[in-house]
Design a protein around this ligand. Sequence first.
Ligand code: SF4
Length: 218
Amino acid sequence: MSGAREDPAFNVPEGLGGQVAITSLDRIYNWGRRNSVWPMMFGLACCAIEMICVAASRYDFARFGMEVMRPSPRQSDLMIVSGTVTKKMIPQIVRLYNQMPEPKYVLAMGACASGGGPFKEGYNVVSGVDKFIPVDVYVPGCPPTPQALLNGLITLQKKIDKQSIRKVRWYKKEASEPIPIPVLGPDLVDLRDLPIINKDAVEMEAAEDPVTSQENNL
Ligand code: SF4
């Protein structure tokens, strides 16, 4: 955009200097995406109230092109995980994440979403949504102030600014695999941990009943 008239490599004809803009593909691509990030419209707990404040007139994230909160994952670029992530809720969160098209981002808002928060030791709480889905930005606080969430959104914009169209995962040839949806039974099971769980179960069985285990192994 700037410097075209000064840089002879661009060879802008005389007289068109004020009307021709030169930039990189990455910059124009990221400029469009960073200013139209559509968050998904859902909240989990008290942090969601602060998120709602950011959407309202006083803080107004429409200034960032983010005001179109979408009630469908199919139309969302950003998942703001605003609140306590319970074991009952995480299968739905992972399913929604899988249903979001690329490019997609996740912001963990508050202590609960980032690491379990005050309920970390609770029997029913996941100690951080990043145990299941990749998080791009963490916003600390309990709850974070609206200003803190705005700062997190600006941090996300800076992250988008640094991405390159040649390296982003959504243009790679290999299709990205969906994250296995955790199963909630007596406790939460992450299906990616099944090989470890099965191995532990075999070892426990062997420790409890070595004779039967030896016979089974013969
Ligand atoms: S971090 Fe604090 S304010 Fe946010 S959901 Fe957890 S307990 Fe509520």
